[in-house]
Each structure stands twice: as C-alpha cells, then as structure tokens.
Design a binder for this molecule. Structure first.
Ligand code: F6P
Length: 322
C-alpha cells in the first residue's frame, strides 16, 4: 500500500544539519502528495501526542540553523515494550505509515522496535561523533570538526604567545574521529583517541621533547572525550617537561552553530532517500554514505556492524606532527 502520511523526528544528541534533513524529508514527502507529521522531542512526542501537521513553509529558513526545530530527547519511557506499543498506536491513530528517525545508534534501535510493531521506520545518521558503523559519514560531523578546529586555532594563538602547551578535549565518548581530524587540521603534537591504546610518556612527552629539539616552543595535544582527564594530563606534562600547560574542554560548543555546506548537502540527500524508501513501503533501513554514494542497510545488520578507526590517517598524523 502506498504511504499516505509520514512522521519525522529527531532523537538523541542534536547535531548541526538535522534541520536540513527535516526540511528534505518534509519537502520530498509533501511534493509527492503525502501528509507530513512533525514529532516533537524524539520518541516522547509519539508517546505524548506532541505532533503537528507540517506544510512546505514549516521548514522555511531552517537549512542554515543549528540544533533541531523538532527538539530532541532520549526517552526512557519509549525504551520499554509498552512504550513502543503506545508510540505505534499513536502512529496508527494519526494514519502515519512510516517514520523517519534522525539520530544515532540508540535512535535506530527505537526505529527497529517501532518497525517491529508494523510501522516502517527509516533512520538517518545524525550525530557529530561519526560513530555509525554502516556509514562513512554522519550529519553534523563536519560542522563539529570545523568548530573544534576554529576554537583550537584560537587557543594556539595564546599558547604560542606564552610558549605553552595546551591540552584540548574534543567530543567523542567512544569514537576518536573528531579528535583525529581536528588534531591533524591544527597540527597537534599528539592525538589521544579511545581506539588506540596510549602511553603518556611515549605518545606525548617524548614527542614533545623531540619537536622541542628542533626549536618548537608551543604544543597542542588533542584528547578525545572518551579518554578525558585533560586537567591531569596537563599537570603531568607540566611536571615532566617544565612547560607551562593549560587544559581546555571544548564541550557543547561543538554541537551548535550553522551547519557547513557538507552537512547541509548530505542531510538533504539522506532525507530525500529516506522518504523514497518509505514511499516504496520499505522500512527497517538506515540511510548511509558509502564511498560518496547514498545507500541503505537493514537496521539490525547496521547495528551489528563494527566501526573501523582510520589507522592510516592516524599514522599520517604521527608522521607529520613533528
Ligand atoms: O553523541 C554526541 C555527543 O555530543 C557526544 O560526543 C558526547 O559524548 C555526548 O553527545 C554528550 O551528550 P549530552 O549532550 O547528553 O551531554
């Protein structure tokens, strides 16, 4: 049966570019004659009936805005069989025959469960972390990295003026991609990520000493959130090297701001693809990017995939940050 109405929600941590994805979903569906229901605050909106009818103008002037106009949440109530059944009933009551879920792995598990209740769902990877195994890219990653790079460039100005070392924590609890690419872009002496075991003496102190021997006087060390402890790392560096060292946690500044061109374009293409699937009656899929192309995977298959950290790129960082 052809879809009559679709719903769209954003779930989990917000990411710049989510609005561009919502816009693409709404515009693609409306242009095909479908009704579009916007759901507020992730799955909570389906539990509380916090939904609204969208039209072409509901998504005007949002492509350049960070955050999500649909708001977002992590819903504990939804994560129970009763919660999923209640959300499915809301969809049936609204005549919704497909839901587009923009978020990360946790949101996709919710989409899989709702599909299990007969409501076909399609996920779009929206998270700054780039930690979705089936996709080379997640919406928000580019913006977050560019923000982190700009912030560290500023920190570098002051580190350079004072001949200091700055240890900067960037986001990414389980994934070091933001740290790796930002670290390369700012010329960090060391990059610590959860995927690669490290030793502070070997991977930070010795590298600093080596670069010092060729005249370097200021240093940037990038640490992924999953490693953490930047204050202690800074203290250790100062004790071992005698170089005055400061610690900075960039935090949520990385989650906000106007999305970059890349995030707007990828989000638009993924949103369009998601609606295409639902209009064909296909659910339980995650939209992904593979080799620059937009593809899709079965959600369960996608959730079981293992993410590969780019060790070659890490090697590049080690070889040139000297
Ligand atoms: O998943 C995105 C992310 O920003 C992570 O990098 C970070 O660990 C987490 O969300 C922070 O979550 P919250 O906004 O709930 O503190």
């Amino acid at each position: 049966m052809a879809a009559r109405a679709i719903a769209v929600l954003t779930s989990g941590g917000d990411a710049p570019g989510m609005n561009a994805a919502v816009r693409a979903v709404a515009r693609t569906a409306l242009s095909q004659g479908l009704r579009v229901i916007g759901v507020h605050r992730g799955y909570n909106g389906l539990l509380n009936g916090d939904v609204f009818e969208m039209n072409l103008r509901s998504v005007s002037d949002i492509i350049h805005r960070g955050g999500t106009i649909l708001y977002t949440a992590r819903s504990e109530e939804y994560n129970t069989p009763a919660g999923v059944e209640k959300a499915a009933q809301t969809c049936r009551d609204l005549g919704v025959d497909g839901v587009v879920v923009i978020g990360g792995d946790g949101s996709f598990r919710g989409a899989r469960d709702l599909t299990g209740q007969g409501i076909p769902c399609v996920g779009i990877p929206g998270t700054i972390d780039n930690d979705i195994a089936c996709s080379d890219y997640t919406v928000g990653f580019d913006t977050a990295m560019n923000t982190a790079m700009e912030m560290v460039d500023r920190i570098r100005d002051t580190a350079q003026s004072h001949d200091r070392c700055s240890v900067v924590e960037v986001m990414g609890r389980r994934c070091g991609d933001i740290a790796l690419e930002t670290g390369i872009a700012v010329g960090a002496t060391s990059i610590l990520v959860p995927e690669i075991p490290y030793d502070l003496d070997r991977d930070v102190i010795e590298r600093m000493r080596f670069t010092q021997s060729s005249g370097k006087k200021h240093f940037i060390v990038i640490v992924a959130e999953g490693i953490g402890g930047v204050a202690d790392i800074a203290k250790y560096i100062e004790e071992k090297t005698g170089i005055e060292t400061r610690a900075t946690v960039l935090g949520h500044v990385q989650r906000g701001g106007s999305p970059t061109l890349r995030d707007r374009v990828v989000a638009s293409a993924m949103g369009h693809h998601a609606v295409d699937l639902i209009t064909k009656g296909i659910g339980n899929r995650v939209v992904a990017m593979q080799g620059g192309k937009i593809v899709d995977f079965d959600i369960t298959e996608a959730l079981n995939m293992k993410r590969h950290f780019d060790k070659d790129l890490y090697e590049v960082a080690l070889n040139i940050s000297i």
